[in-house]
Design a protein around this ligand. Structure first.
Ligand code: HEC
Ligand code: HEC
Length: 451
């Protein structure tokens, strides 16, 4: 049986107790209590996925609290309703999905203030089924389109929340598409398989952190997830994201459902009340051209799609990069507000520092974060170890449980990592869960964790 996810994801993420036993008696007792309470052991190592019942209950509550549709009708809403909720009366699901960033950002389209609409399209290795390699028949490239809409004055998002828990300040919409390597991305008949949405409250309405003042009552993020559109029209609200994070453990096409909200929170800093907006890690996208995707590199397809080139000195590249930088500033501010000490927050701050004036990709070793000693640039072996962790583990362990860019929190897990990297580790425990790890890479990592 697959374990059901506990009602509080922060706890559920801590459900594998035996690793931490060395961390003191209190921890042991607390974790044992979790095992007894929440964990139908033995547990599989999977990205926590939530359940349909929880997702339904979540949407009903969200609808009432945020005045988005009604608990009865929220299931019938589409992205057109979402745009209207934010005050964009002429913006439709179709335009959101298919109009170019320039067209969408041109404010005359929907009467918003310049800067209220931010759009970027980019290569998204994180959504790809890495079980399949370049050249294989089932190999597909992943592409995302990000749309950030600020709520308009007097919109239902701003106004209707009055007297309720607070205002919604903006929404982030993320479209997900896949192409064959020979196919042009963002074709008009290539519908987003699933469209993820975050509603972001006005910072003043967010529940203050422990020890801070404030009367806010809101979580840092509210989640929605829309089903694919078809030629017949836009998709309705869905309850789950169908993804390939555990692909190597799944039969056939290798995907399964990740339900709102728990399946989402797991990778957005693992706290139900304080999830974070993840920054766009452009550097990671470029890294992958040099390991998993040499054919994509040779194809010259632009990773920042609308830049039409991967040359960071080209004006068009800079223009698109600046849009992503604007988004990353917002993500960083949101992360600082939500969980100021989280690795995701350190990582977004680092990205901004590295790209303050620089448009070119930066190699992994310069992206190290966390307490000293960090990953050392002068140790060739460790540089390679970090590059390997970046290629095979960062997809999840940028955000799930630990970040591979933080050497100390990675090293603390060496016993656990050794157990999970063993070639005969049980399915469910085995890392990575989404593809096979080549022997030389496994040996390199095992040697690092067991010097
Ligand atoms: C597709 C997602 C994914 C990838 C890729 C992945 N992991 Fe994991 N990993 C997880 C999940 C989810 C958990 C939590 C599982 C649980 O709680 O039982 C986990 C747990 C772990 C843990 C235990 C952490 C803790 O604090 O309990 C270690 C260590 C680990 N992974 C190492 C690795 C290494 C090393 C790689 C790369 C070789 C890797 N993982 C790749 C999803 C992933
Ligand atoms: C396995 C990890 C993972 C899971 C599960 C996941 N996300 Fe994300 N999400 C990310 C990462 C990483 C990004 C940053 C974009 C990228 O790297 O392509 C992101 C980006 C986003 C964005 C764009 C705003 C931002 O934070 O950058 C939205 C919206 C979003 N996710 C919604 C969802 C929703 C809704 C769910 C659940 C149905 C979900 N996510 C589940 C990892 C995850």
């Amino acid at each position: 049986m697959r374990p059901r996810f506990a009602s509080n994801s922060q706890f559920a993420l801590e459900r594998r107790p035996f690793i931490r036993i060395c961390q003191g008696l209190t921890a042991v007792l607390v974790l044992l209590a979790f095992v007894l309470l929440v964990s139908p052991s033995p547990v599989r190592a999977e990205v926590p996925s939530g359940s349909l019942e929880e997702a339904k209950a979540y949407y009903e509550k969200l609808s009432t609290a945020l005045n988005y549709s009604t608990p009865e009708k929220i299931g019938e809403t589409t992205l057109t309703d979402l745009a209207e909720y934010l005050g964009y009366k002429t913006l439709t699901a179709e335009k959101l999905e298919f109009d170019s960033p320039d067209a969408l950002m041109a404010d005359y389209e929907h009467g918003a203030t310049p800067g209220d609409v931010l759009v970027a399209r980019f290569f998204a290795p994180k959504i790809m089924n890495v079980k399949f390699k370049e050249g294989e028949a089932d190999f597909r490239l992943g592409w995302r389109k990000l749309v950030r809409l600020k709520a308009q004055k007097d919109s239902p998002a701003q106004k209707a929340a009055e007297g309720k828990i607070g205002k919604i300040a903006s929404a982030v919409i993320l479209f997900n598409t896949f192409t064959r390597p020979t196919e042009a991305p963002y074709g008009r008949t290539n519908f987003s398989v699933n469209t993820q949405v975050m509603l972001l409250p006005d910072p003043a309405d967010i529940r203050p952190l422990v020890g801070q003042k404030g009367a806010g009552k809101m979580d840092t993020v509210y989640w929605l997830d829309y089903q694919n559109a078809t030629a017949a029209g836009p998709g309705k609200l869905g309850y789950a994201l169908n993804a390939s994070f555990d692909a190597n453990e799944l039969p056939g096409a290798g995907t399964k459902d990740y339900f709102v909200p728990h399946g989402c929170v797991a990778c957005h800093a693992a706290n139900m009340q304080r999830p974070v907006l993840n920054f766009m890690d452009t550097d990671h996208w470029f890294d992958r051209l040099n390991n998993d995707f040499p054919q994509l590199k040779a194809s010259k397809l632009a990773l920042l799609y609308d830049a039409e080139t991967n040359d960071p000195t080209a004006p068009k590249f800079k223009r698109v990069f600046d849009r992503i930088k604007t988004f990353n500033r917002e993500a960083d501010a949101h992360a600082h507000l939500s969980q100021p000490k989280h690795d995701e927050t350190l990582a977004s701050a680092r990205w901004l520092e590295l790209h303050e004036t620089n448009f070119a990709p930066v190699p992994p070793i310069r992206r190290a974060i966390g307490a000293a000693p960090q990953w050392p640039a002068d140790d060739k072996n460790e540089v390679t170890v970090l590059e390997t962790l970046n290629q095979y583990c960062y997809r999840c362990h940028g955000t799930v449980k630990f970040s591979v860019f933080n050497k100390q929190t990675t090293w603390q897990r060496r016993a656990n990592a050794t157990e999970r990297l063993a070639p005969d580790a049980a399915l469910g425990l085995k890392m990575p869960p989404d593809r096979d790890l080549p022997k030389d890479k496994r040996d390199l990592l095992l040697k690092f964790f067991n010097p």
